[in-house]
Design a protein around this ligand. Structure first.
Ligand code: GUN
Length: 281
């Protein structure tokens, strides 16, 4: 029987630890504030932002959400980011992605002060992560590492296969697994014989964005499978990139959707808000 890795439970444990740290800061007169900027009306983004607000509230971090209209210009958004950069009461800045098409995402991410970049998306922080310097780590990959460690799953020396090469998940995930001494293979839509490659993975991480794409034939017997997907199945029901029903019996451990990686991502954002205070002391 596969172990079901309970991301909700692990993230609750971490949030309890964070609550105590936030309270200790409060006693020293330090309030932590996260500014979240949302542009437009993407329904998924609205849910994500609400979850981030709730998580902040839970641990005692102040959240300030700026919900801007779809028509917001790039210049207006850059000005808002600059105001938040200058605002000494703001510790972390997060601009929810995706942004409307008329705004250049990379320009906005570059404008965020790298010392307040709690998403870990600023090129300076990406660079620091790659060379192993202490900095903000992107929330989803960092959450997966934390989840594996807290589930006592050994990473060093293991074959890790990552499916997907996005800047938010696939690429940083591969770097963080490498830092943990896994042997890492990055795969993507142009990979030849994908199933043969993914079957090498002792740890298989699916971040493709296609509902139930990973079926049993992609998975090695006894693998640990991490599902980053947040997709909808043919009935509109939330599901992952992994076909849980067919894959689960083959695995040693697997994350469900929902209740796996998702809660960890939000929790690592809180971790980064605290790191912001520590890194900027
Ligand atoms: N959109 C989807 N995931 C993320 C994330 O981790 N951070 C931000 N800013 N936007 C996202």
């Amino acid at each position: 029987m596969a172990k079901i890795i309970d991301g909700k439970k692990i993230s609750t444990e971490i949030k309890q630890e964070l609550k105590e740290k936030v309270a200790a800061y409060k006693e020293q007169g330090i309030e932590i504030t996260l500014a979240v900027v949302k542009v437009g009306n993407d329904p998924a983004s609205a849910v994500y932002v609400r979850n981030k607000e709730k998580a902040c509230e839970y641990v005692g971090i102040k959240s300030r959400t700026l919900a801007l209209p779809e028509e917001t210009t790039e210049e207006e958004l850059l000005n808002i980011v600059e105001e938040l950069n200058q605002d000494k009461t703001v510790n972390g800045i997060l601009v929810q992605l995706p942004l409307p098409k008329h705004i250049d995402e990379s320009k906005i991410l570059l404008a965020i002060d790298s010392r307040k970049d709690v998403d870990g998306f600023h090129p300076v922080n990406v660079g620091k992560m790659v060379i192993g310097e202490d900095t903000f780590l992107p929330c989803t990959p960092a959450g997966i590492i934390e989840m594996l460690k807290r589930s006592n799953i050994e990473i060093a020396g293991k074959e890790c296969v990552v499916i997907g090469r996005s800047n938010i998940v696939g690429k940083p995930m591969s770097m963080l697994m490498l830092k943990e001494n896994a042997t890492v293979t990055m795969t993507h839509s142009k990979t030849k014989d994908l199933k043969e490659v993914t079957k090498r993975g002792d740890i298989l991480i699916a971040a493709i964005g296609k509902a139930k794409f990973v079926t049993a034939e992609y998975v090695k017997e006894g693998a640990v499978v991490i599902d980053v997907g947040m997709d909808r199945d043919e009935n509109g029901k939330l599901c992952g990139d992994v076909d849980f029903a067919s894959v689960e019996p083959k695995t040693l451990a697997i994350t469900p959707v929902p209740g796996g990686v998702g809660p960890m991502t939000v929790t690592m954002l809180l971790v980064n808000c605290l790191r912001s205070v520590e890194l900027n002391k």
